[in-house]
Design a protein around this ligand. Structure first.
Ligand code: SF4
Ligand code: SF4
Length: 169
């Protein structure tokens, strides 16, 4: 059972700050069914994130790294029947998490540095094969020399410079 005794009832206003009307969300799940990150590990379940926001589960939401797995395709936004703006909410949660803790570095950022992707794309070889696709997509995962250049570029950003102990490669 979820403990609501410490819930922050104003959390949805603090986070969404005018993007969409998440109070319209009736948990239909349409946003999740078309989300490419919903099949990841851990899965990004935008509907569940919206529930956490509405219930004011601040601590749980602050620990939740799944908003950083969003690949910003905007499919959920287009498909939501209630104009609840799930994609905008996902980005708003990221901003809120970063505001709450300016030292916050989501695991997804180190994943991008190490692999060039936010998702473990190398783990879906069987699925790609069953769809008649190349086992490895023609992205940075297929071109290790590009990954080195990409890492060099990231080394010039403040977030990597200031936290270089987290970025080996
Ligand atoms: S955000 Fe929209 S699509 Fe997603 S569960 Fe809520 S109403 Fe359904
Ligand atoms: S925008 Fe993000 S949350 Fe929405 S469907 Fe795409 S990956 Fe999923």
């Amino acid at each position: 059972m979820i403990d609501l005794s410490n819930s922050n009832t104003g959390l949805w206003q603090e986070i969404t700050d005018g993007c969409g009307d998440i109070k319209n969300c009736f948990t239909c799940g349409t946003c999740v069914s078309g989300c490419p990150a919903a099949e990841g590990e851990p899965p990004l379940l935008i509907r569940t994130l919206i529930r956490k926001v509405l219930l004011g589960l601040e601590d749980m939401l602050l620990e939740d790294q799944t908003p950083w797995l969003c690949v910003t395709c905007s499919a959920c936004e287009e498909r939501c029947p209630m104009e609840a703006s799930p994609f905008e909410v996902c980005l708003a949660i990221r901003r809120w998490q970063s505001r709450k803790d300016e030292t916050y570095i989501p695991a997804a950022i180190t994943e991008i540095f190490e692999t060039g992707h936010t998702q473990a794309v190398g783990q879906v070889k069987e699925k790609r094969k069953s769809l008649g696709l190349e086992e490895v997509p023609p992205t940075i995962i297929k071109f290790p020399e590009l990954l080195k250049s990409f890492q060099e570029m990231l080394r010039n950003t403040d977030i990597v410079k200031e936290n270089d102990y987290m970025f080996k490669g």
